[in-house]
Design a protein around this ligand. Sequence first.
Ligand code: GTP
Ligand code: MG
Length: 327
Amino acid sequence: MAKRRCTKEGCYAPGDFCLELAGPLHEQCQFFEKAGTAEAPAETAKKSAASKSIPWTGEWLRPDQLDLLTHRGTPRIIGLIGSSGAGKTTYLAMLYSLLFNGTRIENWDFAGSYTLDGWELQAKTLQIQEDGTVRNPDATPSDKDFYSLYHLALRHDGFLHDILFADSSGEVFSKWADNVNDLTAENARWIYDNAHAFLLFVDCEAIIEQRGKARRDIVQLAEQVKRGLRGRPVVIVWSKADLAEQMRENIADAIKRSLSDIFPEAVSLEISNYSKSDSDQLCHINNICVAQTVFNQLANPQPLHIAPASIQTNDFFFLYRGSYGDK
Ligand SMILES: Nc1nc2c(ncn2[C@@H]2O[C@H](COP(=O)(O)OP(=O)(O)OP(=O)(O)O)[C@@H](O)[C@H]2O)c(=O)[nH]1
Ligand SMILES: [Mg+2]
């Protein structure tokens, strides 16, 4: 049977991203050729039965597909937030590559994924090409209705946990940071409203190149994330930390101070996707540590420290503060 292929010039879907839709959803593209796929009726019937019984394709999930998971519990969503080019998608590609190569996340055992094709597609970009270079993932599309949720089923303390990493374009999140009601930032709003935890990416390279502007952008984004956080955990991820030494000390310190004022309890970790040795701290250890930290925080939520509002009443029942108050 002839292999289905794309008619758009220069597009190699399904072997690569769909050029038209700038993603892996080539089946939905008008250029993706259906010709040459004539199948025996029995084969077609078998496939259509399969497509009804298997409602997923292995590609990234969208919010409207989450009922795939909700029948067995509430999936936990981790939102990746950071400026454009901060290394969010590369982080996911590296995380999957490490897991695929047998690295374990302590206490969190891989138990499957509905989005293996999506993970593979990104991880493939990190494989070394014949000329010794790596391609790196393409920029995540910035249209307001583009979603890419990467699924991992993990076994922790005897229970199955469904985790979804919500990736998005940094461009969209920058618009959201300027104006949370921006009509073109719908997906950023969905991620912010629905995520159970966040990875906030701080791009060392942007700090080297843009200095004060990068600081303002990072602080503005962080303050916007803080505004409606409702106690949800945030892990601060200093990405491209292989370049960290080139950051101006005063700017890096100012950013660290601002972030620790905004998120006093957040864990900060430095990561890099460029390893220097076989068990590189920034690459092999810290990339896994980011995932482990946020998973642990999701599994053991911290109590909210909310001060009780002062009650204006003369009723002794409401005014009672426990026996310590008597001393
Ligand atoms: N020096 C260095 N560069 C990196 C590293 N990781 C990624 N990069 C570079 O950063 C670029 C952008 O990375 P992406 O993962 O696409 O960034 P992103 O945050 O997903 O970007 P958007 O999708 O546009 O929001 C890559 O193409 C690489 O060139 C790293 O660890 N070190
Ligand atoms: Mg991206």
